[in-house]
Design a protein around this ligand. Structure first.
Ligand code: 13P
Ligand code: SF4
Length: 307
């Protein structure tokens, strides 16, 4: 089937199944176009929580579908490709959190949303890149804090809040690969541009001295900022799928990726055809055992309420 026929078939199936399609901003352009809502991890979690649809097709990665299933347990949550994982979520195991908790019985665990449900279930609160600073700043000052699993986001949060955080040494292979040398090259080529950096990036701390006025933003934060900022050129440090949204929502502005090959192969596993098959055959349902979901829900509910 060609793109137009597939898109039409998806729209019909969506009506039949009373389904909604939620897509992350790193998804392929044609998948974003067929979605009912496109956003960052925080926006998607909120949308998954509030939707009245009976079926949620999650055009994203596994931890996002799990989050939707935890927040809205009565709905059927489908992930069009069950192999759409996340290197960051895979970097930490529940045992890593348990070991820290044992050594710090009075401590608090802050889990980035890019974690498996079993890790979220051990956390006191979850965060996304859009609200991590706000959530951590509000935590009690007299308790040790373990921030997992992204060390670059954790370092950024520690810097901004002035809080001392124990960081787990996890990273996303796509963002960790965006390094100081990439930033330096773009700074020389486009000194007039505004720089928007995702806090998962390996170049995050270099910004402090290379480009102190760079904006550290979640993907949705980038879209929002680019629409209202006076600049006409933006250098963008994150997965390049975001360029589709930026160009669509701020059409008169220019966006230059810091690293054009910063592509998440997990996000790109979701194709239009797999979205179609997902709706047609109701596959692949993502379920979280209730004993895990119940605990993870507490940490996630605190997250969706902030920011
Ligand atoms: P946000 O879209 O929440 O900024 O997260 C980026 C990300 O890495 C999702 O996988
Ligand atoms: Fe995970 Fe990185 Fe891909 Fe986001 S971009 S889904 S953090 S591997």
């Amino acid at each position: 089937m060609d793109r137009e026929t597939l898109t039409q078939a998806i729209r019909e199936l969506k009506r039949e199944r009373k389904a909604v399609i939620l897509a992350h901003s790193y998804q392929r352009p044609e998948v974003q176009e067929v979605a009912d809502f496109v956003g960052d991890s925080l926006g998607l979690a909120r949308e998954a929580q509030r939707t009245k649809a009976e079926v949620i097709v999650f055009a994203g990665v596994h931890f996002m579908a799990e989050t939707a299933a935890i927040l809205n347990p009565e709905k059927t949550v489908l992930l069009p490709d069950i192999e759409a994982g996340c290197s960051l979520a895979d970097s930490i195991r529940p045992e890593d959190v348990l070991a820290w908790k044992e050594a710090h019985p009075e401590g608090l665990v802050v889990a980035y949303v890019n974690t498996k449900a079993e890790v979220k279930a051990l956390a006191d609160v979850c965060v996304t890149s859009a609200n991590a600073v706000e959530v951590v700043a509000a935590l009690p000052k007299d308790r040790p804090i373990f921030f997992v699993p992204d060390m670059f986001l954790g370092a950024h949060v520690a810097r901004v809040t002035g809080r001392r955080l124990d960081l787990f040494p996890g990273e996303c292979h796509v963002h960790a690969g965006i390094r100081e040398e990439h930033l330096r090259a773009l700074l020389e080529a486009h000194p007039e541009a505004e720089f928007m950096i995702h806090p998962e990036c390996g170049c995050g701390s270099s910004c402090l001295y290379l480009k102190p006025d760079a904006k550290m933003l979640s993907t949705e934060g980038m879209v929002r900022y680019a629409k209202k900022a006076a600049h006409s050129t933006f250098v963008v440090a994150t997965e390049v799928g975001i360029l589709h949204r930026l160009e669509k929502e701020a059409p008169n502005k220019r966006f230059i990726p810091v690293k054009p090959d910063a592509v998440c192969e997990y996000m790109k596993r979701i194709t239009l055809e797999k979205v179609y098959l997902s709706l047609k055959e109701m596959r692949h349902a993502v379920r979280v055992p209730e004993e895990v979901a119940e605990k993870a829900r507490k940490a996630l509910s605190a997250m969706v309420a902030v920011g």
